[in-house]
Design a protein around this ligand. Structure first.
Ligand SMILES: NC(=O)c1ccc[n+]([C@@H]2O[C@H](COP(=O)([O-])OP(=O)(O)OC[C@H]3O[C@@H](n4cnc5c(N)ncnc54)[C@H](O)[C@@H]3O)[C@@H](O)[C@H]2O)c1
Length: 408
């Protein structure tokens, strides 16, 4: 892909991100990020490029690295660098190289950080704690990153205020569910060029992402099984009509397994041993730890790349297990990530969170996303789509506030 294609991708995303545009329109003149240096670690593809450019348009100096070694799109990275953002990323970076890029972002001495998964913020604390003095705070994009930040805070080690962007309603209810639902399946279909219909698909983890993935699998004609460790989620999946049970019981039926738990090794040797020939194994959770790749390698007599993003693990008994995108989050490592309209919501949430950090002196810790900012993004989204919003009458407001009126 050429830099020209990178430019086209950024422009296409921008044309489909009206909420971010509306936020910029109201603030461009004011330059609220003038003098700020924003360090970003996010999946470096077109929608993220749009966010980086938006922060620059608000006055910030912006430096960016990828948040996963496989999710960077090089053409987009090149195009973004040509538009004046400091870019440190390459698709397929080795792990040391990936961390070197994070260090290069930190070399800009960020006053604000935008993290996705916690690698940038933990790196800053562990290797360059002197930067904390100039750091106002930042944002965390994903569930797994927040789990890490909360563990850090509980251990008394988090020294900066971080806004829990993932927990914003306008983020996780749409990005995690509808974004991951669509983009994970898009990536599986593109990587394999096989049908979803007629296959038995097992979704491991029935949280925000898992619900979206299960719903879309069903819509495409798969028979869908669900595994979770949370008894409430298992009841919900049961009443939603999914096949529910344990990994032990359901994994032998699976033609496709998609993990979305954020947990370590949910697909292990004892499950792999029971799986059928031809099973597709994909992960949409943040880190490549959900499918035990070592166990796969131990079981296999050979491993061969059979398509871009598909590795065939052949077992001595003849079975083939296909691992997609090396077990890294499939929708970004083997696809384009979430649709632009979804990332428009998430990145509008991000932009407002950064402005909130700049406008307030927050103490270190993980901060809830302010409700009024959530409402602002929700309303801008309706306006952008020309959707009307019902308004309560004064009588309804009074009725809601009284406890005297009941049965009439
Ligand atoms: N691919 C993407 O684009 C994308 C987007 C958003 C979030 N994520 C990542 O996806 C993962 C899940 O995010 P979420 O927002 O759905 O989280 P969530 O907390 O809403 O859901 C996770 C679910 O997994 C279940 N679970 C945990 N351990 C398990 C285990 N051992 N076995 C079975 N189930 C288990 C939990 O009970 C929960 O229901 C995280 O790593 C998150 O960072 C990825």
């Amino acid at each position: 892909m050429s830099r020209q294609e990178g430019d086209r991708r950024i422009d296409w995303a921008q044309d489909h991100m009206p909420i971010l545009e509306a936020l910029l329109k109201e603030r461009r003149e004011e330059q609220p990020l003038q003098g700020e240096r924003v360090g970003i670690a996010l999946h470096l593809e077109a929608k993220t490029a749009r966010l980086a450019l938006a922060l620059k348009e608000l006055g910030a100096e912006v430096a960016i690295a990828g948040s996963n070694p496989l999710s960077t799109q090089d053409a987009v990275a090149e195009a973004l660098a040509a538009r004046g953002v400091h870019v440190y990323a390459r698709h397929g970076a080795a792990v040391e190289e990936y961390f070197r890029y994070l260090d290069q972002v930190l070399s800009h001495r960020p006053t604000l950080v935008v993290d996705d998964g916690g690698d940038l913020v933990t790196r800053l604390h562990l290797t360059q704690p002197e930067l904390l003095e100039g750091l106002r705070g930042g944002t965390e994009e994903t569930t797994t990153g927040l789990v890490r930040l909360r563990a850090m805070h509980a251990a008394g080690e988090l020294k900066a205020p971080m806004i829990a962007v993932n927990d914003a309603k306008m983020k996780h209810l749409f990005d995690n569910r509808f974004g991951t639902g669509q983009s994970a399946l898009e990536a599986v279909m593109h990587a394999t060029n096989l049908t979803i219909a007629g296959r038995y698909a097992l979704v491991v983890g029935f949280g925000q992402c898992g619900k979206g993935v299960a719903q879309r699998l069903r819509g495409l004609g798969a028979r869908v099984g669900v595994v979770d460790i949370d008894p409430v989620k298992m009841n919900e999946a049961w009443l939603d009509g999914y096949d529910v049970g344990t990994m032990h019981d359901l994994s032998p039926k699976a033609d496709i397994v998609i993990t979305v738990t954020g947990a370590l090794r949910v697909v292990r040797r004892e499950h792999l041993e029971r799986m059928r020939d031809g099973v597709l194994l994909a992960n949409a959770g943040h880190f490549d730890v959900e499918i035990d790749k070592q166990a796969l390698a131990d079981l296999a007599s050979s491993v061969e790349r059979v398509r871009d993003s598909v590795d065939a693990y052949r077992l001595p008994d003849g079975r083939r297990f296909y691992l997609l995108a090396e077990g890294r989050l499939v929708n970004l490592a083997a696809g384009d990530g979430h649709p632009a309209e979804i990332m428009d919501l998430s990145f509008a949430v991000q932009a407002l969170a950064l402005l909130h950090v700049v406008g307030h002196r927050l103490p270190p810790g993980v901060h809830a996303y302010p409700d009024e900012l959530d409402d602002q993004v929700a309303k801008l989204s309706l306006t952008a789509r020309g959707i009307g919003l019902e308004v309560e009458t004064e009588e309804q407001v009074r009725y809601r506030a009284t406890w005297r009126e009941g049965t009439q």
